[in-house]
Design a protein around this ligand. Structure first.
Ligand code: ADP
Ligand code: MG
Length: 245
């Protein structure tokens, strides 16, 4: 049986309003992430995808319900997680290598080991030779590669991505996406599971083993299904059939 890394039980989120009326953004939601899967959280803008993802990572505390990591409440669990953001969120004053080393430095890793690990992951994501460059010297696609390298260098249990390709042009996005999938299939990515937030149906269908579709007002899971076929055309047919059900 596949092992469960994260489990959310009846998580809800409200945001406070100046009028003192609370707005419910996520209604009670159950979901789980297992080792070995790519899960896509798909939904329209404003449906609460980022809010739900943030609760799974511990960045945001649910208003009700609980998130467990390996069956321990997230507040007491050891959580090894990285997040890739749409906006890259790199440090502009640091080189590519320094950006990638930053999370290892924060964890107190010794300089030599830090460098070795960072160079290796830069090579994996296709940034060999770019270690001395600054983010502003790079294209959007290359910047997001740095974002991936920085996220992966800590070998997160789950790699979270919030619309990681949305700021890129279509071709760059497609290239990065298929490279990511190839690396994942070759098991060269040091993470157990990937959780990707997207509003792009095609992206979800082509990448994910499982798709969770979020509806809005307030955010709720409309459907959660496995995509079991491997051929892109078959995957599309199967997934679209389930989406329109
Ligand atoms: P998505 O990622 O699907 O676009 P979000 O999770 O960002 O959706 O937002 C869901 C809803 O919650 C939106 O209506 C948004 O305006 C609202 N929201 C998000 N963050 C906050 C916040 N910090 N305070 C108040 N409302 C928020
Ligand atoms: Mg969002």
């Amino acid at each position: 049986m596949p092992s469960q890394i994260i489990r959310a039980e009846r998580v809800e989120k409200y945001y406070a309003q100046p009028s003192e009326n609370r707005i419910q953004v996520i209604s009670p939601t159950d979901l789980a992430i297992e080792a070995g899967e790519i899960v896509a959280l798909l939904g329209p803008s404003g449906s609460g995808k980022s809010t739900l993802m943030r609760m799974l990572t511990g960045l945001s505390v649910p208003s009700a319900g609980e998130v467990y990591w390996h069956e321990k409440p997230i507040a007491t669990a050891e959580v090894n997680v990285s997040i890739v953001f749409q906006s890259f969120a790199l440090f502009p004053w640091l080189t590519v290598l320094e950006n990638v080393e930053a999370p290892l430095k924060a964890r107190g890793m010794e300089a030599g080991e830090r460098r070795k690990r960072s160079m290796k992951i830069l090579d994996t994501v296709g940034l060999d030779g770019f270690q001395a460059a600054y983010p502003k010297e790079l294209s959007g696609g290359m910047r997001q590669r740095v974002g991936f390298a920085r996220a992966l260098v800590v070998e997160p249990e789950v790699l979270f991505m919030d619309e990681p390709f949305s700021a890129l042009d279509v071709l760059t996005a497609e290239n990065l996406r298929s490279e990511l999938l190839e690396l994942w299939q070759k098991k060269t990515i040091p993470t157990q599971s990937i959780f990707i937030v997207t509003h792009n149906i095609e992206e979800a269908v082509l990448l994910a083993d499982r798709i969770i579709v979020l509806g809005r007002n307030p955010g709720h899971i409309r459907t959660d299904f496995k995509v079991t076929l491997s051929h892109p055309r078959d995957r599309k047919t199967a997934a679209f059939t389930q989406l329109v059900d």
